[in-house]
Design a protein around this ligand. Structure first.
Ligand code: SDX
Length: 431
């Protein structure tokens, strides 16, 4: 990984200092500055980590300029077309796609661990019925630590296997229970005769008084949505999971931290915010007003579902999501869905606008995901829960990669202190 290239830093009053340049499989070379403080007494300042690699990773790669996303080297388009979410979950953790036997064994392992401890179901009663489901799942996922609290040695692969299985298997049950609690309908226990996504839809939309048969087109669409959201390099919530895990916190606590970070409207909360924005815009005739607001430096309004820290081209997931959206709306006879037509018009107008072209703002994964989830029958408040359910696979893979990295250390960034200079306390009577 070390390249022949060197970086020489010339600092006033100091002799030049040399650093190794690390070359990746794909992407930007990185200057290894871990010895910078020791060699020069200086730190780097990079608020928001615009130019900072926080770790080495084998899992996901994004080429923002090309609009390319690879999971373990496979293009997302090929995975979405040829695999299901369980195969992608296996790939993200293990680094290779499963063969038929491995896939069956993995799916069975997950299938037989979807039940949650029955006392966990009582946690929901502590929430108001109208509590935001993200608040509920943050609490319940964190509470899993109380049910699988046996002190776990995560340096042992088998222990990590148990945690990986528990989290991946139980998240759909926990998320579906949050929805049911919100509606006042009874919880639906998972069924072992259904696939991962069929089971989730059954727990979400099934009721005890009649049979529920998941629509295979909607199952495939939701499975693809899960695949598209599974992992995405070191985004804010994944970095949160890694940082929490670097202290040795248990995986349930780390995932709860990741869900908390994902909730923000600048991150995973954007799909909910995007649908709300489309509802506010209401009609194509109002699009110009909102585009103008998005461009106005004095207006904090941002076009939800547009822009990305890394993609400076189309988010490949947005293109796939647009297709999933079209398939679902056609299946449900909603081809003339008002919001979908509005989104298509908004996308066209924005992409032709100089501001968006100059700032390379393109639709991201969140732009269409809300419309397709709403069409499937998932309420807006549940969109980020669905995102969290899918991203849990990536979070767990990244958590394990961090723990097993030979260079792993507790994350402890430094700072640029610009506060008050050292001073003495003046006694109260003299202040
Ligand atoms: C996700 O990191 C990931 O990988 C995240 C994610 C994942 O899978 O984990 O991909 C999921 O979070 C997707 C992004 C969802 N968020 C949104 O759709 C919210 C709207 N987007 C913006 O908030 C913004 O684009 C961000 C937060 C996504 C990216 O922010 P950056 O990279 O910090 O970019 P920036 O805010 O510095 O923007 C650069 C310029 C600014 O203008 P100037 O200061 O240069 O004049 O572009 C402008 C911004 O004001 N801009 C927008 C805009 N996004 C950026 N202007 C209007 N509307 C927007 N949406």
């Amino acid at each position: 990984m070390t390249s022949a290239k060197k970086a020489v830093l010339s600092i006033t009053g100091q002799s030049p200092v040399e650093f190794e340049v690390l070359s990746p499989t794909h992407g930007n070379d990185c200057i290894d500055i871990r010895t910078l403080g020791g060699k020069t007494g200086l730190f780097t300042y990079d608020s928001g980590f615009l130019s900072t690699a926080s770790c080495k990773s084998h899992i996901t790669f994004i080429d923002g300029d090309k609009g390319e996303l690879l999971y373990r080297g496979y293009p997302i388009e090929q995975l979405a077309e040829n695999c299901n979410f369980m195969e992608v979950a296996y790939l993200l953790r293990n680094g290779e796609l499963p063969n038929a036997k491995q896939k069956m064994e993995f799916e069975d392992t997950i299938r037989y661990h979807t039940l949650v401890h029955d006392q966990l179901t009582r946690f929901y009663n502590g929430f108001r019925r109208d509590a935001h489901p993200m608040a509920v799942i943050i609490g319940v996922v964190g509470a899993l630590s109380a049910f699988y609290h046996q002190s776990m040695d995560y340096s042992v692969r088998e222990t990590r296997d148990v945690s990986f299985t528990n989290v991946i298997a139980k998240l759909p049950t926990i998320v579906a229970m949050a929805y049911k609690y919100n509606t006042g309908l009874p919880f639906m226990y998972p069924r072992n005769d259904l696939s991962y996504v069929e089971n989730f839809m059954y727990m979400m939309f099934g009721v005890p008084c009649e049979e529920y048969k998941p629509n295979p087109v909607l199952v495939r669409a939701l499975d693809t949505i899960f695949t598209l959201h599974a992992d995405h390099e070191q985004n804010a919530s994944t970095s949160t999971v890694r940082l929490a895990g670097s202290s040795g916190a248990n995986p349930f606590a780390c995932i709860a931290a990741g869900i908390s970070c994902l909730w923000g409207p600048a991150h995973g909360g954007a799909n909910e915010a995007c649908l709300n924005m489309l509802e506010h815009i209401g009609d194509v005739s109002h699009v110009g007003e909102y585009i103008a607001r998005a461009k106005d430096k004095n207006d904090s309004f941002k076009l939800m579902g547009f822009g990305h820290r890394v993609y400076k081209n189309f988010d490949p997931r947005a293109k796939l999501m647009r297709k999933v959206c079209g398939d679902v709306l056609t299946e449900l006879g909603l081809e003339n869905d008002r919001l979908f037509k509005l989104a298509l018009a908004l996308e066209k107008i924005a992409l032709e606008d100089d501001y968006f072209i100059e700032k390379k703002l393109y639709p991201n994964v969140d732009f269409y995901s809300g419309i397709v989830q709403k069409a499937i029958g998932i309420p807006t408040s549940m969109f980020t829960c669905i995102f969290a359910l899918a991203r849990t696979v990536g979070w767990m893979a990244q958590w394990e990669e961090m723990l097993t990295d030979p260079e792993y250390k507790i994350g402890r960034p430094r700072q640029l202190y610009i506060g008050a200079a050292k001073r003495d306390v003046v006694p109260l009577e003299k202040r």
